[in-house]
Ligand binder design. Structure first.
Ligand SMILES: Cc1cc2nc3c(=O)[nH]c(=O)nc-3n(C[C@H](O)[C@H](O)[C@H](O)COP(=O)(O)OP(=O)(O)OC[C@H]3O[C@@H](n4cnc5c(N)ncnc54)[C@H](O)[C@@H]3O)c2cc1C
Length: 388
């Protein structure tokens, strides 16, 4: 993305503090009626109105060029916004994927027309994206994807099925990963491409989005069946056959941010509140350990943000952030469960800690699945260290 993102000098401490106070004042007003239980959803909670308000504040697409609706701010400013949103449990899910990875992908691989039309809508908080990678027989092994796009008169004809597609029922666009050619004898990653799919248009003929309910009975992800969907010629995203390198670059954005270690932050806050100033030593030690791990991960994650801004490829470092972060998020739920003597339950009207703990117990198992499983991340880390 060299030349397309900006690397202004890091802001001064005073500028950062001013930004932080601005965000906190905004959140205090906007979230005053949200319960701790609602905040626990973190970046899985969507609210299009909230996203629009964030867009109006200039807090989406912060590092993108102004000519595409961005704000030419530093990676550090963007980091401050992300962590304040996550720490407060703000409902950022409507724009999160677009801001985190689809927008940067369009900036890098999209056509000029796509940059001019889509990026300003994302930055305004008015555009929701979904990720069309996983398939029924191809999750970890993305190269085994069978969804295929073939050249046809007027564009590309697509057939296949995507699964676990978060927000497909809300999204304006999907970035679809699929096969456009054959795998090479010595390269099973060859012959794949990405497409930018207009979801509303696609559902008029060729695409069916069906809900899948999670363990809590909530509708976040979907099955997306694609049958003879005709995409226009310019739906090809980036270069034909470059799908693998494009998708792996996108995954570094997906895996390295504070969303990968702050998903249980609301629970930590509620636990500290409930334990109070006279918490037993073992509770204080546990809270101290979790907090120090968060601070270490924050430094690692900020370094990866710097590498991304410099146009480097931090696939290994991003996998480390996600794996260590997911362990911490899942441990937080387990440690708090052992520290406090409550019966977790999400029934309306329960004490905040009771409801938030129940929410985390039900959602934490998914943290080390979404965005790449623990075993796959450790394989990437081992390869990056030259161990396999
Ligand atoms: C909440 C949530 C949201 C999601 N949102 C999206 C989305 O928006 N878009 C999208 O495309 N996908 C999404 N996913 C799907 C997610 O990316 C996949 O679930 C994940 O990549 C694992 O794929 P799978 O479920 O097919 O499991 P599998 O790949 O079948 O893996 C099953 C188990 O086997 C292990 N395993 C597999 N291969 C190996 C190996 N080579 N070595 C060692 N162990 C291995 C895995 O680690 C895992 O424990 C989402 C998932 C969740 C839980």
């Amino acid at each position: 993305m060299q030349g397309l993102t900006f690397a202004p000098p890091p802001p001064s401490l005073a500028e950062t503090e001013a930004l932080r106070q601005d965000i906190r004042a905004f959140l205090a007003a906007e979230l005053k009626d949200r319960t701790a239980h609602q905040r626990a959803a973190s970046w899985s909670g969507e609210d299009p109105d909230f996203s629009r308000k964030m867009g109006a504040k200039g807090w989406i697409g912060m590092m993108w060029p102004k000519r595409y609706g961005g704000h030419e701010r530093s990676a550090f400013d963007r980091y401050v916004v992300m962590e304040e949103m996550l720490a407060a449990g703000a409902p950022v899910g409507y724009h999160w994927i677009a801001d985190r990875q689809s927008g940067p992908n369009i900036l890098r691989n999209g056509t000029e027309a796509q940059r001019q039309t889509i990026l300003p809508k994302i930055a305004a908080g008015e555009c929701c994206f979904c990720i069309g990678m996983s398939e029924p027989d191809s999750g970890s092994d993305l190269a085994a994807a069978r969804t295929r796009a073939q050249r046809a008169q007027g564009g590309w004809l697509v057939n296949g099925t995507k699964v676990w597609t978060s927000n497909a029922h809300l999204a304006d666009y999907m970035i679809l990963f699929c096969r456009t050619g054959a795998k090479a004898e010595d390269d099973r990653h060859a012959g794949a491409s990405q497409f930018l799919v207009d979801m509303k248009q696609a559902q008029k003929g060729g695409m069916t989005v069906r809900p899948i309910l999670d363990m809590r009975g909530q509708h976040h992800f979907n099955e997306v069946a694609i049958e003879d969907l005709l995409l226009p010629e310019d739906a090809l995203h980036g270069k034909e056959g470059d799908g693998w390198s494009q998708v792996t670059a996108e995954l570094a954005f997906e895996r390295s941010g504070p969303d990968r270690f702050l998903s249980a932050f609301t629970l930590l806050v509620e636990a500290i509140r409930a334990l109070g100033p006279d918490a037993p030593d073992r509770a204080a030690i546990a809270v101290g350990r979790i907090t120090s791990h968060i601070l270490a991960l924050r430094r690692l994650s900020r370094s990866v943000a710097g590498m991304l801004q410099a146009g480097e490829d931090p696939a290994l470092q991003a996998a480390l952030v996600k794996d260590l972060g997911n362990v911490l998020e899942q441990d937080t739920a387990e440690i708090v469960r052992l520290l406090v003597d409550v019966e977790p339950s999400e029934v309306e009207g329960n004490a905040p800690l009771v409801a938030v703990l129940a929410h985390l117990i039900m959602t934490a198992p998914s943290f080390s699945l979404r965005g790449g499983t623990r075993e796959i991340l450790r394989g990437i880390i081992a390869r990056g260290l030259g161990l396999r």
